[in-house]
Write a protein that binds this ligand. Structure first.
Ligand code: MLT
Length: 409
C-alpha cells in the first residue's frame, strides 16, 4: 500500500500566496465589483526589456536551424552564461569560478531543494519572519517533529527573531546549528544586513562548520554602496556559504524562470573536503533537473550585456519609485513603515492591536488593497504587514490614494 510523505501533514497552513488568493476570491464573492489592488505577492508587472527580448528571439532562432540547434545542455547550465555570471561577480570584487555556478529555473526551487544535500538530522535556523519556502521545505524533509500551536513554531527549528529592536537583522544563534537561512535584502521585512552583520554569521558558520544558505534574490535593489550585494564580499564566506539568486526581480523573469546557485569549491562542512559539497549539488541537480530552457538562458545572457544591465537597472528603479510612493503614503497616514529603501518590500507595523490577518481583512474591506499578513512569514511577523512595490505606477498610486482616503486607523 502506498502512503504519502507524512511530513506534509505537519505543515501548519497552506502555502501563503495561494491562501491570499483564496481569501481574496471569497471576499470578491461577498463584495462583487470591488476594485482590488494587488500589493500582495511580489510579482513583476513590467514587460521584458528590449535587450532581453532580442536575446530570447536569438535563442528561438538558434533552435530553428540544424547548425545551431541544441538539445540537452551542459547540466550545470550554459557555459557562456556561467562564465558571464562569474565575471559579473568579479566586477564586484568577488572571485568565483564558473564551475561554482549552477543555473536553474529560479531561486524558489533552489531554496527548496538545497536542503536535500544535507543530513536529515541537521538543525536548521531561520530568520523569523522569512520567505516560507525555507521552513516548509525543511518540514517536508522531516527535520521537524511537528508544529507547536502555542508557540506558533515548528519543533526542532531554531528561530532567529527579526524585530524592530534589532532593525530586523537577527543575532547569530546562541546554540550550535548546521544550516542557517539568510535573505538580504530581506523578504519580507526589506531590511539589509551590513558587512559586519554578515561577518558575524560567516564567523559563526566557520566556527561551527555550519552552512549559510544566502538568498540574494533582491540584491540588485540595493542602492546604498556601503551594503553588501553578495555574501562573498565577506572574507571566508566561500568556505561556508551557498548563495542563491535569480533574474525574477532584477529582469522581470518571474514567469520566464531563471536563477542560479553558487556552491563554491572551497565550501567545507563537517567531514567533507573542498569540492565535495559542490559535487553533491551537481549530483542532485543532474539527477532531478535537466537544465533551464536553452532559450531562457540566451535571454539571461542578454541581461548581462551592456544594454541589458542598464535596462534591468531601470526596471529596478521603476519598482523602487513605487516603493517610495508606498512608504511615503503609509507614513502620511501615521503608520510606521520599514524597508522600501534598498528593497522592494515595505513592512508595516499594524496599529491598534489587530492581528496580521485581521488587518488583511480590514485593509481589503476599507481600501480594496491586498497585502501580505506578516504572520504568514513566521511568528515574529505577527503584528506586521507587507506591501509589495511590484506593480504599474498607476495601480500603486491608486492603491496608496485609497489607503490615504479610506483606511480608518
Ligand atoms: C514574494 O512575494 O514573497 C515572492 O515574490 C514570492 C516568490 O518569489 O516566490
Amino acid at each position: 500500500m502506498a502512503h504519502i510523505n507524512a511530513h506534509y501533514n505537519k505543515l501548519a497552513a497552506g502555502y501563503l500566496f495561494p491562501e491570499i488568493a483564496r481569501r481574496t476570491e471569497i471576499f470578491l464573492e461577498k463584495h462583487p465589483g470591488t476594485r482590488v489592488r494587488k500589493l500582495g505577492i511580489g510579482n513583476t508587472t513590467e514587460p521584458l526589456t528590449p535587450a532581453v527580448i532580442k536575446g530570447l528571439k536569438a535563442g528561438v532562432d538558434k533552435l530553428a536551424s540544424p547548425e545551431t540547434y541544441t538539445g540537452y545542455g551542459d547540466e550545470q547550465g550554459n557555459k557562456l552564461l556561467r562564465e558571464r555570471l562569474a565575471l559579473y561577480y568579479t566586477e564586484r570584487g568577488v572571485s568565483l569560478s564558473s564551475e561554482d555556478f549552477f543555473i536553474s529555473d529560479g531561486a524558489k526551487s533552489d531554496s527548496g531543494n538545497i536542503q536535500s544535500i544535507f543530513s536529515s538530522d541537521s538543525i536548521a535556523a531561520f530568520q523569523d519572519p522569512a520567505y516560507p519556502v525555507y521552513v516548509d521545505s525543511n518540514v517536508i524533509a522531516g527535520r521537524s517533529s511537528g508544529f507547536n500551536k502555542d508557540k506558533e513554531e515548528y519543533n526542532n527549528f531554531v528561530y532567529m527573531p527579526c524585530t524592530k529592536e534589532n532593525n530586523f537583522i537577527p543575532e547569530v544563534p546562541d546554540q550550535k546549528v548546521d544550516l542557517i537561512y539568510l535573505c538580504s535584502p530581506n523578504n519580507p521585512t526589506g531590511a539589509v544586513a551590513t558587512h559586519d552583520q554578515l561577518k558575524s554569521f560567516v564567523d559563526y558558520a566557520r566556527k561551527h562548520k555550519a552552512v549559510l544558505i544566502f538568498d540574494a534574490a533582491y540584491a540588485e535593489y540595493i542602492s546604498d554602496p556601503a551594503l553588501p550585494k553578495t555574501i562573498y564580499e565577506i572574507d571566508g564566506a566561500k568556505e561556508c556559504a551557498i548563495e542563491i539568486n535569480s533574474l525574477s526581480k532584477f529582469a522581470g523573469f518571474t514567469g520566464v524562470r531563471l536563477g542560479w546557485s553558487i556552491v563554491p569549491g572551497d565550501l567545507i562542512i563537517e567531514g567533507t573536503t573542498p569540492g565535495e559539497v559542490r559535487k553533491l549539488w551537481n549530483r542532485r541537480q543532474s539527477t532531478f533537473f535537466n537544465g533551464a530552457s536553452n532559450i531562457v538562458q540566451e535571454g539571461a545572457l542578454a541581461v548581462f550585456s551592456k544594454e541589458g544591465l542598464q535596462e534591468s537597472k531601470n526596471l529596478v528603479q521603476y519598482y523602487m519609485e513605487n516603493a517610495q510612493t508606498i512608504r511615503e503614503g503609509v507614513e502620511s497616514v501615521g503608520m510606521q513603515a520599514f524597508g522600501g529603501i534598498n528593497a522592494p518590500y515595505i513592512w508595516l507595523e499594524i496599529p491598534s492591536g489587530l492581528t496580521s490577518w485581521e488587518f488583511f481583512d480590514k485593509l481589503l474591506l476599507e481600501t480594496g488593497v491586498i497585502g501580505t499578513p506578516g504572520s504568514g512569514f513566521g511568528p515574529a511577523g505577527e503584528g506586521y504587514f507587507r506591501l509589495s512595490a511590484f506593480g504599474h505606477h498607476k495601480d500603486i498610486k491608486a492603491a496608496v490614494e485609497s489607503i490615504k482616503n479610506n483606511l480608518r486607523l
